[in-house]
Design a protein around this ligand. Structure first.
Ligand code: ADP
Ligand code: MG
Length: 480
C-alpha cells in the first residue's frame, strides 16, 4: 500500500485533474494505493469568504451559484477530454451538497453567526465535491476504485476545527481495507482530505470536524499511517522541498533528502509545502514521505525519512530557511518577575486557558522579561488573558503593562548539521545586519536544529533572501 495526496494545485482544473489521475493510474499498476484529494484550488478560500459574508447578512445565492459553476465547468471540460466521463451524471450526484450548502449559509444569515459544527460542514464541502469528480475520472479510466467517506475513518479530539487524531480508533476503522485483510480488495481507495469526525474527547456521538487549514496533508499522513502504507507521496506544484520558498528566493536549491526532524521544523516555522502536523505520524512508523511535482512527475522529488542519507555529504550546515508571517510577540516584564518562582507558569497557563498555542519562547537571562510569539489574530485575546492574570501586580507596578509587537515574522534556519558547526548563528545575524534588519528576539530550538529570529513582518522576505545568500551563495554574500 502506498498513499498519494493531491493538493489544490493538482486539482485546480480539468487538465490538472487528468494529469493527477494519470499519476494515480501509474502507481496503481504496481501497488494497491490510497489517494487523498484536496478541494479544487481556491474553493476553500471561497467557502470561508461565504461564511464571513453570510454571517454579516449577505444572501447566499451568489456563493452557491459560484460553487456550482466552478465544479460544472470542470466537469464539462472533463467530459470533452475523457470518453466515459458523464458531466451531468456527476453534477447530479453533487447536487445534494449544493443544496446543503445553501441551507447552511441561509442559517448563517438568519442567526448572524456560524457555530463550529456548521463551520466544519461548510468548510469541508470543497473536498466532498472534488473527491467524487476524481472517482468518476478513475472509473472512466476503468480503474478499480472505491470512494470512502473520511468522516468514518478519521476521528479527532481536542479542537473541533483543528483536531488531534485518535490513532487507535482510525486504525480500527480502516482495518478491513488494509492489504491482505480480505481476498477481493479494491485497488484504489479514494478519500476526501481535510474532513473528519470530532468526538470532542468525550466519546459521545461524533460530529463533523476538520484537521486545520491546509489539513489534507495531515489527512494523508493519518490514512497512510493507519493503513500501514510503505510510503506517502505529497503531490504539489513544485519539484520538492527547496532551501527556501521558491516564490520568495528565485535561486532556491532543491533538497534531495531531508530528515523528519528538519522537515518538521521547516513546516512548523512557515514552509507552506507541508502542513506542520503531517510528519509526526509518519516519523513514528518510519514511513517515508516524498514531496513531488504533479506538473512534472518525472522530477525526482524530495525524500523525507530517517536518514542519514548519502546526499547529505554535499549539503551545508543549513538545509532550509523559512519565514512565518502574521505573528505577534508578547512580552511580560517587571521587577516582580525577577527570581520569583511560578511567573512563567502563570503566563503560559493564562495563555493556554485562552486556547492559544505558542510558537516560540525566549527569556532574558536576568528573568526580567519573558517573551513569546503567537499568531497575530490571537494577540488581543492573549493580552486580555495576561491583563486578567496579572491585574494586581500591574496595578502595584511590579509587573509592567503587557507589551505587544504585532505583524512580526519569525525567520528560521534549520539543519541537523548545525549542531556540530560553529559560527552558524553569527552568520545568520550577519545576514540580517547586512540589510539593517533589527532583531526583536532570538530563540534556539532545544534540539539545536533550528535558530529563529523574530523581526518586523515587512522585512520577512528581505531577511529570507539575505540569509539564503549568506548560506547558499558565498560569492554574493561577500558583495553585500
Ligand atoms: P498544495 O495545494 O499542493 O498543498 P501548497 O500551495 O499548499 O500546495 O504548497 C506548495 C507551495 O509551497 C509551493 O508552491 C511553494 O510556493 C510553497 N513553499 C513554501 N516553502 C517552500 C519550500 N521550502 N519548498 C518548496 N515549496 C515551498
Ligand atoms: Mg498545502
Amino acid at each position: 500500500m502506498i498513499t498519494l495526496k493531491f493538493g489544490g494545485t493538482s486539482m485546480e482544473s480539468a487538465r490538472r485533474i487528468l494529469a493527477s489521475a494519470d499519476i494515480i493510474v501509474g502507481r496503481a499498476r504496481t501497488d494497491r494505493i490510497s489517494v487523498v484529494v484536496s478541494a479544487v484550488a481556491g474553493v476553500s478560500n471561497g467557502l470561508q469568504e461565504s461564511i464571513d459574508a453570510c454571517v454579516a447578512g449577505t444572501q447566499p445565492d451568489k456563493f452557491v451559484q459560484h460553487l456550482r459553476s466552478v465544479h460544472a465547468d470542470i466537469c464539462a471540460e472533463l467530459q470533452s477530454k475523457l470518453p466515459g466521463f458523464d458531466a451531468s451524471a456527476v453534477m447530479k450526484h453533487l447536487e445534494p451538497s449544493f443544496i446543503e450548502y445553501e441551507k447552511l449559509l441561509t442559517g448563517c444569515v438568519s442567526f448572524g453567526e456560524c457555530p463550529d459544527t456548521i463551520h466544519c460542514r461548510i468548510m469541508g464541502m470543497g473536498e466532498l465535491l472534488s473527491a467524487p469528480i476524481m472517482e468518476s475520472v478513475l472509473l472512466a479510466k476503468e480503474q478499480s476504485v472505491i470512494l470512502l467517506d473520511t468522516r468514518r475513518f478519521i476521528f479527532t479530539t481536542g479542537n473541533q476545527k483543528e483536531g488531534d487524531p485518535d490513532y487507535t480508533k482510525c486504525a480500527e476503522a480502516v482495518l478491513p481495507f488494509r492489504d491482505g485483510e480480505n481476498s477481493s480488495q479494491t485497488h484504489i481507495l479514494l478519500f476526501p482530505g481535510f474532513v473528519c469526525s470530532w468526538t470532542g474527547g468525550t466519546g459521545r456521538q461524533s460530529v463533523p470536524g476538520l484537521l486545520g487549514r491546509n489539513g489534507s496533508d495531515f489527512s494523508a499522513a493519518i490514512i497512510g499511517a493507519s493503513l500501514g502504507a510503505s510510503k506517502v507521496e505529497f503531490w504539489t506544484d513544485v519539484d520538492g522541498i527547496y532551501t527556501a520558498d521558491p516564490r520568495v528566493v528565485k535561486d532556491a536549491i532543491l533538497v534531495d533528502d531531508m530528515s523528519y526532524e528538519e522537515a518538521i521544523e521547516l513546516a512548523f516555522f512557515g514552509s507552506k509545502v507541508l502542513h506542520p502536523k503531517t510528519l509526526a505520524p509518519l516519523a513514528a512508523k518510519n514511513i517515508e514521505a516524498w514531496s513531488l511535482n504533479s506538473h512534472r512527475p518525472e522530477a525526482r522529488g524530495t525524500r523525507i525519512g530517517r536518514g542519514p542519507f548519502e546526499s547529505e555529504k554535499n549539503v551545508g550546515d543549513v538545509c532550509g530557511i523559512s519565514s512565518l508571517k502574521n505573528t505577534a510577540m508578547i512580552s511580560v516584564s517587571g521587577t516582580g518577575m525577577r527570581g520569583r518562582t511560578g511567573m512563567a507558569s502563570r503566563i503560559f497557563a493564562a495563555v493556554s486557558r485562552a486556547s492559544i498555542s505558542i510558537l516560540l519562547i525566549t527569556q532574558s537571562s536576568s528573568e526580567y522579561t519573558i517573551s513569546f510569539c503567537i499568531r497575530d489574530a490571537e494577540a488581543d485575546r492573549a493580552v486580555d488573558a495576561l491583563k486578567g492574570e496579572f491585574d494586581l501586580e500591574i496595578r502595584d507596578g511590579v509587573v509592567n503593562p503587557v507589551e505587544v509587537h504585532k505583524n512580526c515574522a519569525i525567520v528560521s534556519i534549520v539543519g541537523d548539521n548545525m549542531i556540530k558547526k560553529r559560527g552558524v548563528a553569527s552568520r545568520f545575524f550577519a545576514a540580517l545586519a547586512s540589510q539593517d534588519v533589527n532583531i526583536l528576539a532570538i530563540a534556539q530550538g532545544s534540539s539545536e536544529r533550528c535558530i529563529s529570529c523574530v523581526i518586523r513582518g515587512e522585512y520577512g522576505d528581505t531577511a529570507v533572501r539575505a540569509t539564503h545568500r549568506f548560506f547558499f551563495n558565498t560569492a554574493q554574500s561577500i558583495e553585500v
